[in-house]
Design a protein around this ligand. Structure first.
Ligand SMILES: [Zn+2]
Length: 328
């Protein structure tokens, strides 16, 4: 036998050959674009640390969603950036809250028929302290209360579903929130609204630029008593198991690139539809390198997305969604 008998390079010889044997594909329909809704009219305020990402007033957001629909993007994920905040984050569940009004406007546009409207469910964009739940303070000490926060989060989920969200996506990481949300949604006549759980959301440095975009930086302390420790793979699986048992319909893994092993393990263990969130820091880090000419923008962007799909994510929430869809 001639050496070597097996030559894997045979299948890499031409672009057509490589295309034929490609294992993982990117499609616009598997991309979700995050949008930050703010008050006003005609507002497009760029987030300094996230080139190409804007706080958008509702009228501008509707235009953006229409463009997403034209590009064949699968969905949009909505965050509210309210002018007014309070201790409890009451803007999160207000019937006339910024996200609720945004949802109604988007659902009234023709674009909403060809893509899915997902509403983030959390309190941190709406609380004056920037934490994802109710804060109990005692001098220097503070604690984020679990059960009272869950009640408000469940109310928020129902309010967003009522305003037209096709999917509600809790990102708070309180214990028991999925079961509570399911019960409140069902009681509100929203038994058909799916819950996409940010089941294993890690306390990550890569969320930094998002907090500027959403104005949700904690005013004191950090989120390590509710978001997960980045070192814990087994605990991530327990979080996911629990959310599935409580009735989660789909999963969202966050962040993506520093946690690809967690995405792969979740894919191998669970059969639920699963997305991954390429978070703000992943986006900003790549953009910083693009600006300096250190990385080729198009190739690096697509490779970063491909790595997340290859790790097992069915769809990707990414600030690159529109740029990537234009190429794909
Ligand atoms: Zn939050």
């Amino acid at each position: 036998m001639e050496f070597p008998a097996t030559r894997l390079r045979r299948l890499r010889s031409t672009a057509a050959m490589r295309s034929l044997v490609r294992e993982t594909h990117l499609h616009p329909a598997a991309l979700v674009y995050p949008l930050f809704l703010c008050e006003g009219e005609g507002v497009r305020r760029e987030v300094a640390s996230m080139p190409g990402v804007f706080n958008l007033s509702i009228d501008e957001a509707v235009k953006e969603v229409e463009e997403c629909a034209e590009l064949g993007i699968g969905g949009v994920l909505l965050f509210g950036v309210p002018d007014e905040k309070d201790d409890q984050g009451s803007g999160a569940w207000a019937a006339d809250g910024i996200t609720q009004r945004g949802l109604r406007a988007i659902k009234a546009s023709s674009a909403s028929k060809s893509l899915v409207t997902i509403a983030d469910v959390c309190l941190c964009e709406y609380t004056s302290h920037g934490h994802c739940g109710i804060v109990q303070r005692d001098g220097e000490h503070y604690a984020i209360e679990n059960d009272s926060s869950v009640a408000l989060l469940a109310k928020t989920a129902a309010s967003l579903a009522e305003a037209g969200a096709d999917i509600v996506a809790p990102s708070d990481m309180m214990d028991g929130r999925i079961a509570a949300m399911r019960a409140v949604l069902d009681a509100a006549g929203k038994a058909d609204t799916p819950i996409m759980s940010y089941a294993s959301k890690f306390a990550s440095a890569f969320y930094g630029p998002f907090r500027e975009a959403a104005g949700s930086t904690p005013q004191f302390g950090d989120r390590r008593t509710y978001q997960m420790d980045g070192a814990n793979r087994r605990e991530a699986m327990r979080e996911i198991e629990q959310d599935i048992a409580e009735g989660a319909d789909m999963l969202l893994m966050k962040p993506a690139m520093p946690y690809l092993d967690i995405i792969r393990e979740a894919r191998d263990r669970f059969d639920l539809p699963m997305g991954a969130y390429q978070v703000s820091g992943e986006y900003s880090m790549l953009h910083a390198a693009f600006q300096r000419g250190w990385l080729e923008p198009e190739r690096a962007m697509l490779e970063s997305l491909l790595s997340i799909r290859r790790a097992g994510a069915d769809f990707i929430v990414t600030y690159f969604a529109m740029n990537a869809a234009k190429i794909l």
